[in-house]
Design a binder for this molecule. Structure first.
Ligand code: FNR
Length: 350
């Protein structure tokens, strides 16, 4: 069944995947008080090691990147040790795993990090996202501080440091989280980037910070172990603007000349279309970027296999069905019925 999902795929000379099914990054908010991965997380990832590649839940690069409770980090020695237990278990089961590197930008909340020193929420511009932290409604989002050039330099250095920590923790590579309305994405959309310096106003300026992060991470660990997730279609913590299109046209042209492991679309439902992109985010990126592309968002084995056959993308990331079915890959391989995901399943790490 679905033979094209089970053909191996070489990301490059360094990394080859056993199959084309990726486990999408899925925040589960179950790290311990010090944001260290737990034994339950070791078991959870090990159970899914037959994915072609696991992408870890988003993992913060430093304390002021935190916007949700108990999201793991990659900036302390204990966190590196905790992740090493996860990566060892995945490798023992024959799998591969990338760390997703995260800073939530204006979606951060000092509730989570004020004790670590600074309580500034950092973003490109002092424009708040409207709303409050999910399931913690008393925590409304604050007006962020527009980052200074010094802040930008330290953020870029901290992404590179977290990437080095990921390699030390045994990850096969990293996926930079440039999607879903978080810090990097906030630079790429006019809704959140009102800067008038060399980080704002024009496509070249608005892509400067995201590309600097990509380049710093690639320099640190190699472009063959560096991937990026992007959301050209604004759909989460962000309002779209037709001017965003030119920013992504420029960004994708720039990425084309870098040899990343892959580019991954950040979207919940790939059936969504965006006027300013002329269709889905995936179709838009496919026509502007020729290298390895990961599609995601509402796919079944049938529709994912058909999309790869139609050359809409190269690799299929699966999110919610992987929460519901730890044995997703085996079930699909043998044509067995899948359990249907429901939000109640988020309460337990199975
Ligand atoms: C997500 N998603 C997500 N995306 C991301 O880039 N980093 C993350 O940490 C998370 N966390 C997360 C948690 C939960 C509970 C859900 C449901 C989703 C988005 C995810 O990677 C994927 O894009 C969507 O779930 C769509 O794919 P599926 O679920 O339709 O296969």
């Amino acid at each position: 069944m679905f033979a094209n999902l089970f053909t191996p795929f070489a990301l490059n000379n360094t990394l080859s995947l056993h199959n084309r099914i990726l486990m999408a990054p899925l925040t589960r908010c179950m790290a311990d008080h010090d944001l260290v991965p737990t034994q339950a997380m070791v078991d959870y990832y090990a159970r899914r090691a037959d994915a072609g590649l696991i992408i870890s839940e988003a993992t913060i690069i430093r304390p002021d990147g935190q916007g949700y409770p108990n999201t793991p980090g990659l900036y302390t020695a204990a966190q590196i040790v905790g992740w090493r237990r996860v990566t060892d278990a995945v490798h023992q089961h024959g799998g591969k795993i990338f760390a997703q590197l995260w800073h939530t930008g204006r979606v951060a909340h000092p509730h989570f990090f004020a004790a670590s020193g600074s309580s500034d929420v950092l973003a490109p511009s002092a424009v708040a996202v409207i709303g409050s932290v999910p399931r913690m409604r008393e925590l409304t989002y604050q007006v962020p501080k527009a980052v200074t050039h010094e802040d930008i330099a330290s953020l870029i250095a901290d992404y590179a440091k977290a990437a080095a920590n990921a390699i030390e923790a045994g990850f096969d590579g990293v996926e930079i989280h440039g999607a879903n309305g978080y810090l990097i994405d906030q630079f790429l959309h006019f809704d959140s980037n009102h800067r008038v310096d060399e980080y704002g106003q024009t496509p070249e300026h608005m892509a400067r910070f995201p590309l600097a992060v990509v380049d710093a991470v690639a320099l640190q660990i190699g472009s063959d172990r560096t991937a990026l997730r992007v959301s050209p279609g604004a759909y989460f913590n962000m309002v779209g603007d037709s001017r965003d299109r030119a920013v992504f046209d420029y960004l994708l042209a720039q990425l084309e000349s870098r040899s990343l492991a892959y580019l991954h679309i950040g979207i919940f439902d790939d059936a969504m279309t965006f006027d300013y992109l002329g269709g889905s985010a995936t179709a838009y990126v496919r026509s502007h970027y020729s290298k390895t592309l990961v599609g995601v968002g509402g796919y079944s084995p049938e529709s994912g296999s058909a999309a790869i056959a139609a050359n809409k993308f190269d690799l299929l990331a699966i999110g919610r069905p992987f929460i519901a079915n730890p044995d997703y890959v085996e079930k699909v391989r043998h044509g067995q019925a899948l359990l249907t995901y429901s939000d109640d399943m988020l309460a337990n790490l199975v």
